[in-house]
Design a binder for this molecule. Structure first.
Ligand SMILES: [Zn+2]
Length: 489
């Protein structure tokens, strides 16, 4: 791994060298198009050729947080048309190009969290769990989004989580601990490149980090020309090229549970692309399907399939965009897998997605409703689309009572006993759907296996085969170092 540290600096020379060391593509600045003159200003040619690879002007980098191989495989069966014998391919299957290794550089843990993995994806350096855009010595690392901004491109971050959450944060903030969300929001506003805000389009949840308690950042962004929007209509009507959209206090709801006035991931991505594509130098956009992970942590299979579907819709739209804009590279991957999800559990060789298709709400949603004081039986009856055994209903009621006791005794918001009682309640709520679908889980945490990469567009061949998570960023740095328009604006 020593060469990563040695060549990880993102100068033009080192990123090309790193690309050569990795044996990805033969690198030279000879034109592959035969049209020549690509260095001249003011001409139409939007890309520069590196070897036989045309440089993408625009990059859409998509992260399905927690989206392991079993999540995409299970989703194939969930999305399958049950009326045909064939198991139809998903949109992901059509663009599968490789996989990457997810291990981090942490003294104690070798299974990554989203912060260390995100830092690898955004900077090309492995770091420790919790690191946001910093190395193992807590030094700042340049990100591909920052490089895009330096090159005069437009930039965007879109997530269904709090926009200060680890995966978006690693692209535009540098803190030693992912928990410092106020600081991350402050850096989104304060840190500038060539006198400009780093991120032109910020869309997601996490309004609590931008309000009165953290220096009225929404006001400050608006004073600097950003639109501030809080629902789907306002987002659709936003006219400014720069926008801050915060659609919930914390994480956004799962797609299956969301109300109609809340934008879906694909709506946010569409809005972001409309704005970013106006920049003639191109853009970098990161789109995160964050709640695949957030539903997999509590082993909520309904929530995971909801968010796989949400991510798939965005993915299809991004691929359509790349088909219509030949200068656009789309890469979609995951940062790690979550939950140890398995298709199949118990003695029978079956996995039954139809049970999940019948559900009306996620397990996470039903749990929150009960935690907030709603009647458990009513919540289950409204949320479940399959039979809920009466014995299990008794267990849910018992777990609800235990949770209330823990809540009464709790001294703080993050009381450990409340957390435990909530997990017990959510497990009780989800047991029937996990059993009916024969879904297995091994952990409430992350797992360490490789994750798939899907790609289309110029440069996509550099993501082929089994690569390292840091190569995702190194490839993008390499593309941006070849920007024709770089430093000309
Ligand atoms: Zn996670």
């Amino acid at each position: 791994m020593s060469f990563i540290n040695k060549f990880g600096k993102t100068t033009l020379a080192s990123s090309i060298l790193a690309a050569s060391v990795l044996g990805t593509t033969h690198v030279s600045f000879a034109s592959g198009s035969g049209e020549g003159n690509q260095g001249q200003q003011g001409q139409d040619e939007d890309y520069m050729a590196i070897g036989n690879t045309k440089n993408p002007k625009n990059v859409i980098f998509m992260v399905g947080d927690g989206m392991g191989k079993s999540h995409t495989s299970a989703y194939r069966h969930f999305a399958d048309n049950p009326d045909t014998k064939e198991v139809e391919k998903t949109s992901f299957d059509k663009y599968l190009i490789g996989a990457h290794q997810t291990h981090n550089d942490d003294e104690k843990e070798n299974i990554t969290d989203s912060a260390a993995a995100g830092t690898a994806l955004s900077t090309g350096h492995k770091s420790y769990n919790g690191a946001i855009g910093v190395d193992t010595n807590k030094n700042k690392l340049k990100t591909v989004l920052e490089q895009a901004k330096e090159n005069g491109k437009a930039t965007g971050l879109v997530s269904t989580a709090e926009i200060t959450d680890a995966t978006p944060a690693v692209y535009a903030a540098h803190v030693d601990d992912r928990g410092k969300k106020d600081e991350i929001a402050q850096q989104f506003y304060n840190d500038k490149i060539n006198g400009q805000h780093k991120v032109d389009v910020l869309l997601g949840g996490g309004a609590k980090y931008f309000g009165k308690d953290n220096g009225n950042l929404t006001d400050k962004f608006q004073k600097d020309g950003y639109d501030y929007v809080t629902n789907k209509d306002e987002l659709a009507n936003s006219q400014s090229d720069q926008v801050l959209g915060l659609f919930s206090e914390k994480d956004m709801p799962l797609q299956i549970d969301a109300s109609a006035d809340e934008p879906k991931l694909a709506d946010m991505q569409d809005a972001a692309l409309d704005k970013l594509e106006k920049n003639e130098n191109g853009f970098f956009l990161m789109v995160e399907g964050a709640s695949i992970d957030k539903a997999a942590h509590p082993n909520d299979i309904t929530g995971v399939m909801s968010e796989m579907s949400s991510f798939d819709q965005s993915f299809q739209k991004a691929m359509e965009y790349a088909e219509n804009h030949k200068d656009t590279l789309v890469v979609a991957t995951a940062d790690h897998a979550t939950g140890g999800l398995s298709m199949g559990s118990g003695d029978e060789y079956v996995w039954k997605p139809e049970a999940i298709r019948n559900m009306k709400h996620s397990g996470s949603y039903m749990t929150k409703q009960i935690v907030d004081g709603k009647d458990p039986e009513k919540v289950i009856n409204e949320g479940y689309g399959i039979e809920f055994p009466s014995k299990q209903m008794d267990k849910v009621k018992d777990a609800t009572k235990a949770l209330k006791d823990a809540q009464d005794k709790a001294k703080s918001d993050d009381d450990e006993n409340v957390a435990k009682a909530t997990t017990t309640l959510q497990d009780a709520i989800q047991k029937p759907i996990n059993e009916a679908s024969h879904t297995g889980w091994t952990t409430y945490g992350h797992t360490g296996e490789d994750v798939d990469i899907y790609a289309q567009g110029p440069g996509s061949e550099k993501f082929r085969g089994n690569i390292d998570n840091t190569d995702n960023a190194k490839n993008i740095f390499d593309f941006f170092s070849g920007d024709v328009t770089s430093n000309q604006n």
